[in-house]
Design a protein around this ligand. Sequence first.
Ligand code: DGL
Length: 281
Amino acid sequence: MKQILPSAPGPIGVFDSGYGGLTILSKIREALPQYDYIYLGDNARTPYGTRSFDIVYEFTLQAVTKLFEMGCHLVILACNTASAKALRSIQINDLPQLAPMRRVLGVIRPTVECIGSITQSRHIGVLATAGTIKSESYPLEVHKLFPDIQVSGEACPMWVPLVENNEAQGEGTDYFIRKYIDELLAKDKQIDTVILGCTHYPLLLPKIQQYMPTGITTVAQGELVGASLKDYLRRHTEIDKNCTKGGNCIYCTTEAEDKFIESASTFLNEEVTVKRISLEA
Ligand code: DGL
């Protein structure tokens, strides 16, 4: 197995299957503007949500390894599907040999930690990719912290492709937004809080809010992850000292650079430099 050699401090790596993680990156940068970041989108192989456990794990490990090789000591899986299907295996089985002093964190735990103080009815819903729902990661994590909360999940297989194909504002999108919200709420009439358990979904927020009944709180993850990372770095000075602080961000994609720039510009408010990289072993 590969071993990452010790290296100088570097940027924080933020990984997603595509553009969705940009919603997390922007909130992380709001909370922690002084750090340097490398964003990596595996746009050539997105979506991950419909892929098997083994493939998501393999792709995610390739991405984490690449980010370590690029100098990151800390990588955030800004993807629920990767957090659900690969994070634990990477943390337990791969990190001890690959890079024992480096860390990989996900987005599910920080989201779940906040949910106990949001729901009043103790009935919540999760909208996520088929992979995340099938993994049962949300109910498992919620029940570790809040055994009294009832969790219902609904897979939304059309939402990521709509975002990745720049159809977030498209007319046809309304049908699929309403469909999955209605199907989720039909499962449990007492749901008062809905987690958007996929980092692509904040890009659909205007339409999600349009169809979410009043009285139901929609929870997006970006701010929760930003606050949690801030707290993590404060508590883990040994990791923090290996994260450089110059306020810069580099974007990498496995697809063509021009395609990334064109699509990413819809949700980034700055000129970006993009580098194409390959993840295949
Ligand atoms: N943005 C990712 C997530 O949070 C996944 C999307 C996908 O590739 O299916 O689950």
